[in-house]
Design a protein around this ligand. Structure first.
Ligand SMILES: Cc1cc2nc3c(=O)[nH]c(=O)nc-3n(C[C@H](O)[C@H](O)[C@H](O)COP(=O)(O)O)c2cc1C
Length: 169
């Protein structure tokens, strides 16, 4: 798909068809995350892939019961490796760069999903400790992405005008 069209077509989708995500599509989505830029090229993030219904339900519960999370056939969880970044960048790595690394990788993956004809929603409302326990990790969860074929076409969400976002420096 043309890049601008990918950006324009993307929506937060919260209803998914039960159809499986083709493995090749998933691999291309993960490859997009892999090639994302990162501070000092440390790639201080990990992506967890939840396929089983059990894990997806647990993640939905940990997301304050956002049940649509479990309805997607695949759920990705992007986690920041705060320690890896802090080893090189001290407090700035821990507080900022690792979170940015994970967020950029997640964004690349989200756009790649659209290019695959798939849909997703950035889920940021979850209980960190519950997610860590489910994934058996100490890494900091940043974003939970249910991924699947859309079963809805949400309207475009309103955006501010550019003039509201811009300031001359
Ligand atoms: C950091 C972040 C956290 C979000 N958390 C949630 C969430 O927990 N649950 C949810 O349904 N949507 C969540 N969203 C999706 C937003 O609600 C959505 O992006 C916004 O309303 C604009 O709609 P659009 O993505 O369709 O353009 C989140 C988005 C971002 C970027």
């Amino acid at each position: 798909m043309e890049f601008l069209k990918v950006l324009q077509e993307r929506r937060s989708v919260r209803r998914f068809k039960p159809e499986a995500v083709p493995e090749e599509s998933l691999q291309r989505i993960l490859e997009a995350a892999r090639i994302a830029p990162s501070a000092g090229n440390l790639q201080a993030f990990k992506v967890f892939v939840a396929r089983s219904e059990e894990k997806r339900k647990e993640l939905a519960d940990a997301s304050f019961g956002q049940s649509f999370v479990a309805k997607a056939p695949i759920v990705l969880v992007f986690c920041a490796d705060l320690k890896a970044s802090s080893r090189v960048y001290a407090e700035r790595g821990e507080r900022l760069y690792a979170l940015q690394d994970a967020s950029i990788a997640a964004t690349f993956a989200m756009l790649a999903a659209v290019d695959e004809g798939l849909a997703s929603c950035w889920v940021g409302a979850f209980e960190d400790e519950k997610v860590k326990k489910i994934l058996e990790t100490e890494l900091q969860p940043v974003a939970i992405f249910p991924i699947g074929f859309a079963d809805e076409k949400p309207r475009k969400a309103r955006r501010k005008e550019l003039k509201e976002l811009l300031k001359e420096a």
